[in-house]
Write a protein that binds this ligand. Sequence first.
Ligand SMILES: [Zn+2]
Length: 330
Amino acid sequence: MAQETLLIKHADLLCTMEARPDAPYGEEITDGALFARGGVIEAVGKTADLPQTADRVIDMRGHVVIPGMVNTHHHMFQNLTRAVPAAQNAPLFGWLQTLYPIWCNIGPDHIYWSGALAMAELAMTGCTTSSDHLYLYPNGARLEDSFAAAEDIGLRFHGTRGSMSIGESKGGLPPDRLTEAEPAILADCQRLIETHHDANRYAMRRVALAPCSPFSVSMDLMRETAQMARSYGVGMHTHLAENVEDIDYSLATFGMRPGEYIEAVGWTGHDVWHAHCVQLNEGEINLFARTGTGIAHCPCSNMRWPVALRPSANVWMRGLKWGLGGWLGL
Ligand SMILES: [Zn+2]
């Protein structure tokens, strides 16, 4: 990383958000400044107390400076189909089944450009680190297409190698041509970790493993993915308990609630973060708390459901609390 220095000075307010006993939400510094070298913050404080020059100096009068936001769940390729009329006002499974046939046509360029658009939008709204859950690889698409977009935009990026292996012919939801054979999925996971994962502090590029959901891969793949992730020390991510259909599917297919299922396949712990988790019950919430399992809550996704399918306000508030914990704990 280049050792260029950066000075941000005269911010109306600089918020550190670093909790201390006397300041649970961190310091708020008026006439604040920040000095960084090679992309690493070396000091924050009053403008008068920090170095007065740097290779690049930005005057932030009239602005508030906060730490970069972190996006823990995204499907950047879906930027290309976010306004398809037939998918509007449909619950999750209907929404997916409307869009799957369109996603069959996605290729490397679509992954690159949807990723570049998503990351530009994120960067322009204060996000400096993002994950992306990419779980379909048709027509030669690869996770490298997302990495290229992240590098061009300049965002810190945790690309996740998602997967689907159970298509319609096996009783799953996606069309068969959007699925892959499980040995091929595992081989590509290993290739991506060994080629791209950077475990160093301040890394700009990390890899995590992320089967799409319990309803689109086998229990074996969930288990084997967890084993591989832990052998390399990379993160694990999937969708869980997103809505009532999810719970019904889990009970009918596995005879278990989602919390029991993920415990059975080894998907709890500090190295795991699950998306949504809107429908966890009290016991499952306790399981997540006990094991330090993270949640990316994604309330906007659920807000688009028809009114009749929305969870109760009580579940919302509880989910929001845990979602925030998962976010900050990532
Ligand atoms: Zn998702």
